[in-house]
Every structure is written in structure tokens, then in C-alpha cells.
Design a protein. Structure first.
Length: 399
């Protein structure tokens, strides 16, 4: 077939149209105020780099400029959505950015099973036991990610969860006596948000009671599945979870439901980051019982409007933190609980306040294991490891 030949006028129109489009994009980029965060992607956007002799010489100025332009390109969210539609509908891909959608639930592929990571996770648990609480009872439970309920059944690759739990149990049994609490059977896919990785607080009352019963404090909690819980429900609408932005597909937002009772109303949260001193006292920490310690409520609704938090899930005990202590003055016992945890625990722990006067949360993604002895008294406390399967499969993130 003969090649199509264009006249000079036609080429001129094409070139002029492209130049007009390019100029329009530059004008929009120049006049449109820079956004500091992407709510849909739940991350901070690159800032405009300052031109200096040093960053020109080491070529970092061009790299930073490229990141800035990509983050602030006009109609960026719309273009990301078009790309996602193209991947799903035209190319017939089953996932986009490792995110797939089944039964109106978005989930991120987690595959394959990393056995060396599971063993590393067991070594970390055993090391903490040996160092800090060798004479105490220790429990552990694993929270399944959404792939447990969606992936294999829908034709997506999935890790062998049964083998993961068995391997972890074998590794722990070789070194210490850890008691496993099987909460997986208490869960189904409807216990999780549609657009996010986390479970829904109002759906895990049975999980909380199962954990408390296994540890021996279940009688201190006044709720059970199918009965009057004594909690008051509150709604936070328009929750777009972490998978919403990553999938770049239109999905209905979730509603966060949080539960309050007299325990959650009177309890207070101390966090290490909020109580680190500066100036002449740099390096010192104001401890929970010291005068002037910064204490926050269990549900920190200011996170919704402070302009700093990118995740409404942070209302649960303030979100990610290396170390937190929750004081519950109305608890029916004076017992203490220490939880080595990830973000799933944030929405679970308010349900346990009736059974413990003090609950300490330790997130080893943000604090080194060797440092926690400076702040945490393990003597006499119940010890629980509570992690989701994605952490177990990527234990290298724990310090």
C-alpha cells in the first residue's frame, strides 16, 4: 500500500497543534498552584527543586525536575485513570500496579511465599523473647491479608498461607514456647475495607474477644458476637483507602466506623514521637507519667483536618508510631499488655481497653529492637505478637 503523503500545510497544522498543546500545558503548570500531597495516591508530591551550582554539577537538578514535572503534570489523576482503564479493558490485564479488583474489593498481589523471611521473622520474635521476657508467657496471631480470601479463588497467584503458619510455628517451637492464637477462622472478606488493606473495627469484635479469651482476660470485656456490645458507633465518610489511588480506578469510598464506650472516652495515648524534647534537652523523652507529657485521645479526629495525615485510618490511636502507651483508668483490671504490632492493631486495641489498665504498642518498623528496653517495662505484662501476613513475608522491614 502506498505511503500517505502529507502537504506542507498539513504538516504545519500538526506542528502548530502540538506547539499550542505544549504551550497550554506549560501555562496550566505555571498558573495552577502546586499541590503538596496526592490524596488519591496517599503520598507527598515532589517539590520544585532550587537551581544551584552543586545540583547542576551532580545532575540531581534534572532528576528532581523530572520528578516534579511528573508529579504536577496537568490532569495527572485523569490520565492515570485512563491508563488503568486501558490496562484492564483494552489489554485485558488482570491487575494494574499489582492491584486487582474482585467482588468490589481492591487487593495487592502478595506472591510468592518468602520462606527465608518467615524464618527471619521467627528469629526476630525469639531474639526479643530471649532479651526482654524469657520467663513470661507469649502469644502470637497472624492477620491474613485480603489475598487469603480473594486471590486463589479468582485465578490470581497466592502464597501458601497454611504453609506460612506451619513454618513459623515450627521455627518458634525449636527455640521457645510461643502460644499461637488462630484468628484467621474468625475473618472473612467483608471484615475488610473495599479500598484499603485494613480490617474494619466494627467487624472484629469477635477477633478481639478471641484474643482476650486466649490470653485469659476475656471475662473483663463486655461484648461478644451477636450481642449488645455497649459501644456507640460513629461514622467517618469518604474513606479512600491505599488501594484506591494505586489502582487508579473509580471505586465507591468506604465509611470508617469507630466504636466508643466509657473506656475509650477516658483512655489517653502517649507516643514517643510526640514526647521527644528539643533544644537543650534534645535526646530526652518525657515519659507517660511525667508532668507535661503530651497525651492524646484514643480516636484522634484532628487527623482528619490537620493537613499532615494522608490517611483517615490514622484516627485510630494516631496512626503509625514507633512506640505508644495507652492508659485506661477505667479498666476492670490492673493488668498490662505489650503488643508487637503493625497498623492493623491500631483499630483493634481500643476494643481491649476494658481488660488492661495499660497497653504498650511497639512497631519495629520504626524503632530498633535494642532501644525498646529504654522505655518499656516487660515485667509481669502479657506479651502478644500481632502481625499481618505481608509483614511476615517481608520481615526485612523490621529493625
Amino acid at each position: 500500500m502506498a505511503a500517505v503523503r502529507r502537504s506542507k500545510w498539513e504538516w504545519g497544522i500538526v506542528i502548530c497543534s502540538f506547539m499550542v498543546f505544549l504551550a497550554g500545558m506549560i501555562v496550566i503548570l505555571a498558573v495552577d498552584p502546586d499541590q503538596t500531597v496526592s490524596r488519591s495516591e496517599r503520598r507527598r508530591l515532589a517539590e520544585k527543586p532550587e537551581l544551584t551550582r552543586e545540583n547542576v554539577a551532580d545532575k540531581s537538578f534534572m532528576d528532581d525536575t523530572e520528578k516534579y514535572l511528573l508529579d504536577h503534570f496537568p490532569f495527572r489523576d485523569g490520565l492515570r485513570r485512563i491508563k488503568a482503564y486501558f490496562a484492564y479493558d483494552v489489554l485485558q490485564q488482570k491487575e494494574n500496579n499489582d492491584i486487582y479488583v474482585v467482588l468490589d474489593h481492591a487487593a495487592k498481589l502478595e506472591y510468592p511465599l518468602n520462606e527465608s523471611s518467615v524464618k527471619r521473622f521467627a528469629v526476630k520474635m525469639t531474639g526479643l523473647w530471649q532479651q526482654y521476657f524469657p520467663e513470661q508467657d507469649v502469644w502470637y496471631a497472624i492477620v491474613p491479608d485480603k489475598n487469603y480470601f480473594l486471590a486463589k479463588q479468582s485465578g490470581y497467584p497466592s502464597i501458601d498461607y497454611e504453609h506460612m503458619i506451619k513454618l513459623l510455628s515450627q521455627e518458634l517451637a525449636a527455640n521457645a514456647d510461643f502460644a499461637y492464637i488462630d484468628i484467621i477462622s474468625d475473618l472473612d472478606i467483608d471484615d475488610y475495607y473495599h479500598t484499603d488493606t485494613h480490617w474494619r473495627q466494627e467487624r472484629i469484635l469477635d477477633v478481639a474477644h478471641h484474643l482476650a479469651d486466649a490470653i485469659g482476660v476475656g471475662g473483663s470485656l463486655n461484648f461478644s458476637k451477636g450481642e449488645d456490645t455497649g459501644f456507640t458507633e460513629h461514622e467517618i465518610p469518604d474513606f479512600y483507602g491505599v488501594y484506591y489511588g494505586q489502582a487508579a480506578l473509580p471505586m465507591e469510598p468506604d465509611t470508617i466506623m469507630y466504636l466508643t464506650d466509657e473506656m475509650t472516652e477516658t483512655a489517653v495515648v502517649w507516643s514517643l514521637e510526640e514526647n521527644m524534647l528539643g533544644g537543650e534537652d534534645a535526646g530526652k523523652v518525657r515519659l507517660p507519667d511525667e508532668a507535661g507529657a503530651v497525651l492524646k485521645p484514643v480516636y484522634q479526629l484532628d487527623k482528619l483536618d490537620d493537613g499532615k495525615s494522608l490517611d483517615k485510618y490514622d484516627v485510630f490511636v494516631g496512626g503509625a508510631s514507633s512506640l505508644q502507651v495507652i492508659k485506661s483508668p477505667d479498666a476492670v483490671t490492673d493488668k498490662r499488655l505489650v503488643i508487637f504490632r503493625d497498623s492493623y492493631t491500631s483499630s483493634l486495641v481500643p476494643l481491649l481497653l476494658g481488660a488492661y489498665s495499660e497497653i504498650t504498642l511497639i512497631d519495629l518498623r520504626y524503632i530498633d529492637s535494642a532501644r525498646i528496653g529504654e522505655y518499656v517495662d516487660f515485667d509481669g505484662a502479657d506479651i502478644l505478637f500481632l502481625y499481618n501476613t505481608a509483614i511476615v513475608n517481608h520481615a526485612e522491614m523490621l529493625k
